[in-house]
Design a protein around this ligand. Structure first.
Ligand SMILES: [Zn+2]
Length: 58
């Protein structure tokens, strides 16, 4: 997906009336998946995790 669009989605997840997300860890792909397995509670609030979910981008 277009990186500019991913950036906009990322920033929008921070809004308190959307996901109120935090930047706990940046990333995507396999590394982010490994982190998610270890910290499932944090994943639900992590901006890049939500962004990857929305954009269907690893
Ligand atoms: Zn952010």
């Amino acid at each position: 997906m277009n990186s500019k669009l991913k950036t906009i989605v990322h920033e929008c997840t921070h809004y308190v009336d959307t996901f109120n997300s935090d930047d706990i860890i940046y990333g995507s792909g396999y590394g982010l998946a490994i982190w998610a397995g270890r910290y499932p509670n944090e994943t639900a609030k992590n901006a890049d995790s939500i962004t990857c979910y929305i954009t269907e981008n690893d």
